[in-house]
Design a protein around this ligand. Sequence first.
Ligand code: NOJ
Ligand code: CA
Length: 680
Amino acid sequence: MRHVPMLAALLLAPWLAVAGAQERMPAPVHRVASPDGSLEVSVTTDGEGRASYAVARRGLPLLAPSRLGMLFVDAPKLERHLAIEAPRYRSHDATWEQPWGERRYVRDSYNELVLTLAETAGPKRRFDVVFRVFDDGVGFRYAFPRQDALPTLRISEELTEFNVATPAIAWWIPAGEWNREEYLYHRTPVEEVGDAQTPITLRTGDGTHLVIHEAALVDYAGMNLTRVDGRRLKAQLTPGTDGAKVVRDAPMDTPWRTILVGDDASDLVESSLILNLNAPNALGDVSWVKPMKYVGIWWQLHLDRLTWATGPRHGATTARTRRMIDFAAGHGFGGVLVEGWNIGWDGDWFGNGQDFSFTRATPDFDLPALAAYARARGVMLVGHHETSGHAAHYESQLDDALDLYAQLGVGAVKTGYVADAGQAKVLGAGGRLRYAWHEGQAMVRHHQLVVDAAAARRITVNPHEPVKDTGLRRTYPNLLTREGARGMEYNAWGEPGNPPGHEATLAYTRLLAGPMDFTPGIFDMRTRGGGRMATTLAKQLALYVVIHSPLQMAADLPEHYEARPRAFQFIKDVPVDWSDTRGVAGEVGEYAVIARRDRAGDDWYVGGVGDGVARDVTVPLGFLDQGRRYIARIHRDGPRAGWRDDQHDLVIEDREVGADDALSLRIAPGGGFAIRLQPR
Ligand code: NOJ
Ligand code: CA
């Protein structure tokens, strides 16, 4: 351009000169603050018309200027020559009620800024960026209106950045690796993060905690993060099956990109930001959705004492299932999960999803009779659909499979997608079978199809090897829980099982996304090979409070529960549905203390879990009603307790307490505590 006379430049490319003139003027900065004024988002464009946003808290930068934009497979990228038009401001403050969950009433209070970004050059495309600033974080999304210049988006990458402003420690699991979401968390400086999944949790030097995640992942690809340089993280969408990572017709909205902020780890536990950014209940009357505890023919399979496959050790027999139904009915459990009930498990089921039938039971499992027997005893069979990741095969039987369950009164289904990452199977363009990532757009659509088909029949869903939780339970309350992290099964397999600090990490990472079917409650803490699980008995009880899941398993064998009736009583009593949740104390990966109030009454429950070292913790009881006295039944590690020492040394004791008291409790290595507080 330097050697081209100005007139020629204007004739050759008039928009270049015009755009250049506009972009030399300093662009205005648009700002929006949270209702309490503590958080502020600012948005502007640079000299080349590239848009960025920044986030500050109490005047200090949290996210430095971070870019926005999109790459497409069939169109120029959307990043430069953008002008901000028409900022629109709006405030919202309302409270809504959850049908079930970690709290009953949810306050949704934010200030919103919507900016239109319009290209001043090139194809002249336009899109909105919507920012919602809450007291505890920020959500923003792209919204593409219908337009001739961009009728269909074929997105090859999102250019969204999260440029962490100050040094911080990060807790993260790798993205794009074969074992999907089932990794132990790394703890590194942000500068050492590689490709990471979300939620990723960060703690800055002054103790501020940030969590980057997403909300309302609908018909889009799951977002991972990749570190570009320094502390700059950038979106990296999960690959698609036929070129683009996302294909959508406009108008369309992306999921919300979320930045949760707290003064400490406990603050994070109390946030409802992810839920607030999801659409309200789309199912209408969901009184049929019932949170419950369940038992099942499951742990023996993971201990390799029984098999999913037919043969002499087949687990899912009629006789064994009847006994399990009797056990459930006798102890007040709502459901009985049975795995290996159907045709397809013989041989190498892992990766052979096409062999599964979701309507035909094995000859030794009388499905109609057992479903009827369970109903008669006030229990529900929990159906199991392991697909080995072959979503296309499952979809070919989905209606028949769910019709069968609906007819039999099987109102809950656990699905499974065991296949290495990138090895799920879906139908791609032209109906051809394609290998897919578990969190790609095709699998996101698949899970939506299952949730819709199940809801139409009043069936709840609990996917394992799922898409990460992004709060869709608000819109689809039949999507009760999911897996999506290393659960208890790793302890059955042993060597290496989950380390002692695993759950104290999950509480401030994965569990901030939503409920998890972790399957706690192991009383016989020996692994398949006879090794020790890194837990005490008290910790197994604590997990029922620390981990929120409206479907919560008592995973161990009936005989192990019957051998320890006093500890078992806590599992029988603990609710799965809460009216309130408080983060009481904790540090990521070290310990977590969480209190929850029973949705059906005035009792509070407190769970605390630690890591591999002994620790004294103080539990202030300020969440109790002022002026009321409570009996605290405390289940704690005894003096000899420790996961390498006496795993079963459990002390159960009562103390009278009130809101002004604080309990001092010792957590053994691998230990924890569980408390029930009942008003006197
Ligand atoms: C993995 C799941 O997490 C586990 O719960 C299930 O038993 C197996 N897959 C088999 O479906
Ligand atoms: Ca699993």
